[in-house]
Design a protein around this ligand. Structure first.
Ligand code: ME8
Length: 520
């Protein structure tokens, strides 16, 4: 694998980030970090979607300008991603001058080649979706099914994109590439939507929407959000109609666009059509994740249950975001909805990260210090009864990542931790020490520590800080590529002293955790 280019959806900036946005960025960051363990060149793009009527209206209601609102809120997204250790390569804003310029050229090219035409239109516009809806898709009460709001009747002369021209090619692509839409069960929904697809409006009258990119040579129209927003995936790489940049040549097509299920239609129908019209290759995968609910209810401003990701870190006094990252990433199987609850969060991370994984490392290292003064002797190295399970787990985890099954991969890692814990229980190194079977005792401890290196490596994408703490205590190089991992990781000689053994994750309700949080 030479390169891996992955992107998130770009978030609307009419509010601050919530944990639904965070869920997607965490999943993508985990995928990115996993692939850095398999290839040298990973490009991870995220950003913000800043034009459109929603932002224009929110700014007006706040008595500020759209640009000021965008600047203020884009910063909140950047701050949140920093707090969550989202290690992106580039953060694009659709108000970036470079992006705006390329979008204008894309639009112009499509207009000149006849894929975009002008048309007078009356339709039902949902501001929440930032798109026109078909009457048949509304609820019985005439509301948008996603936003439960009545769409407004809009009569305008707009530019339209000939989506219908590309319908057959897209249907063929989806059918020929069963892994184009992930999870596969969503492909049928898309194929159904394609059945009655219409040409789509790609501009709005400036009299109604001023906050948008101008159509070149037309003072009365601004480019409407989706052609602007979706193009970010190529403008970020410096796409140019005539003269594609080195980055574009190197990274396009994207290996995966990570998005929520609500915007799958735009990514698996509109985006491929725009790309086909531009004569560009299609992305390899569109991974549509599920929805995050709070205590099993939909997150909404009106219910007052919107949770910001940083508030979770603060309320649990978390030193780093690993526990939250782990919890969110494992909250739902691939493509299914997940849920956040404070109690469940505490219970799960205490069980998995503190009791199972952290404790296993801590007590194994403590025994090595107690019985051998932290020294690994040559006699302790040898066959590892856990080798088959551990090496098998690496393979299974890789396969899960290839299918974007992030929670499923997490469970496999937990299962390796459980098997290692069981091995310690079964072999009882403390009894071996009592019986003075010291070589056997040392072998068990080193068997476990060798596997802990693999666990540190596998857990790294989810919990980079915990993994770094584990690796430090194991003198293990976390940069080791997954394919180079073996079960012979611990070097002979002094591994650790008593004062260097530190719990890698403290239970959230423990006194120690409270004390260490207060110290900061
Ligand atoms: O749709 N659970 O922006 P957005 C999980 N700008 N994911 C959620 C979620 C939740 N509760 N709420 C939102 C847009 N998301 C467009 C995208 S891409 C070229 C343009 C996800 O701010 C949502 O599914 O409404 C989407 O993938 C992302 O957050 C941004 O949503």
């Amino acid at each position: 694998m030479e390169k891996f280019y992955l992107t998130t959806a770009i978030d609307y900036v009419n509010g601050a980030p919530h944990i639904g946005h965070a869920y997607e960025k965490i999943l993508t960051d985990i995928i990115a970090r996993h692939y850095t363990q398999r290839c040298d060149d990973v490009y991870f793009l995220t950003g913000t979607d800043e034009h459109g009527i929603k932002i224009q209206k929110t700014a007006a209601a706040k008595g500020t300008t759209p640009k000021e609102l965008c600047d203020e809120n884009a910063q909140k997204f950047k701050d949140a991603w920093k707090a969550l250790d989202i290690d992106y390569t580039k953060f694009i804003r659709t108000t970036d001058e470079e992006h705006e310029k390329i979008v204008q050229h894309i639009f112009d090219k499509l207009l000149k080649q006849g894929d975009i035409y002008k048309h007078s239109y009356e339709g039902l516009y949902c501001q929440g979706c930032e798109c026109f809806l078909n009457a048949k898709d509304l609820t019985e009460d005439g509301l948008c099914p996603d936003h439960l709001k009545k769409p407004e009747v809009v009569k305008e002369e707009n530019y339209f994109f000939k989506l219908t021209k590309y319908k057959d090619a897209i249907i063929k692509h989806i059918k020929d590439h069963p892994d184009f839409i992930v999870p596969e069960f969503r492909a049928n929904e898309v194929l159904n939507q394609l059945e009655d697809i219409q040409d789509i409006s790609v501009s709005r009258a400036k009299s109604n929407v001023q906050w948008g990119i101008d159509v070149l040579g037309d003072d009365e129209q601004s480019i409407y959000v989706w052609i602007d927003a979706l193009s970010n995936y190529i403008t970020a790489l410096g796409y140019d109609n005539e003269n594609p940049s080195e980055n574009f040549k190197k990274y396009w097509p994207a290996d995966v666009h990570v998005i929520g299920k609500d915007i799958l239609k735009f990514h698996s129908i509109y985006w491929p059509a725009f790309l086909l019209a531009l004569d560009l290759p299609l992305p390899k995968h569109i991974f549509a994740h599920g929805w995050i609910t709070i205590d099993e209810s939909k997150m909404s401003k009106s219910l007052g249950n919107v949770i910001s990701p940083t508030s979770v870190l603060e309320s649990f006094n978390l030193e780093h975001p690993d526990a939250f990252r782990y919890y969110m990433a494992t909250s739902a199987p691939c493509g299914r909805d997940g849920n956040y609850s404070d109690d469940d969060f505490k219970e799960k991370v205490n069980a998995h990260l503190a009791n199972s994984m952290g404790n296993l490392l801590n007590r194994t290292l403590s025994m090595l210090v107690k019985y051998f003064d932290g020294e690994v002797k040559a006699e302790f190295k040898g066959e590892n009864p856990l080798a088959k399970k551990a090496l098998g787990t690496i393979q299974i985890v890789k396969n899960h990542f290839d299918n974007f099954e992030i929670a499923e991969a997490g469970l496999e890692i937990t299962s390796l931790v459980d098997a290692t814990n069981k091995f310690v229980q079964d072999t009882a190194p403390w009894t071996l020490a009592k019986e003075e079977k010291m070589d056997e005792c040392g072998q068990v401890l080193v068997n476990v520590l060798d596997i802990m290196c693999i666990i540190a490596s596998l857990i790294y994408p989810y919990c980079p800080n915990i993994a770094a703490d584990m690796a430090k205590q194991l003198s293990f190089d976390l940069k080791t590529k997954l394919d180079d991992l073996t079960t012979d990781n611990i070097k002979c000689g002094k591994l650790i002293s008593k004062e260097d053994i530190k719990p890698v994750f403290l239970r959230l309700d423990s006194e120690l955790a409270d004390k260490s949080a207060k110290k900061q």
